[in-house]
Write a protein that binds this ligand. Structure first.
Ligand code: SF4
Length: 67
């Protein structure tokens, strides 16, 4: 059986400025951590939709990666 390659979203929280653009674009995927004000994933393996790619493009710090 051939396993399809899973893609993962990573957020560089060091670079994240907490602007919330990714949360506005994909509230099911991203949220701001209440303590750190940095973006984090809502679930471990979210579906990677077109909106997620748009959030990656919109992020002003370019700190979201899909790999
Ligand atoms: S768009 Fe980028 S900088 Fe803004 S909260 Fe999301 S990850 Fe952080």
């Amino acid at each position: 059986m051939i396993k399809s390659q899973m893609k993962h979203i990573t957020i560089d929280t060091y670079l994240c400025n907490g602007c919330g653009a990714c949360v506005e674009m994909c509230p099911d995927v991203f949220r701001l951590n209440e303590l750190t004000d940095k973006a984090e994933l809502v679930t471990l393996e979210p579906e990677i939709t077109d909106e997620v790619y748009q959030a990656v493009a919109l992020c002003p710090e370019k700190c979201i990666e899909i790999e």
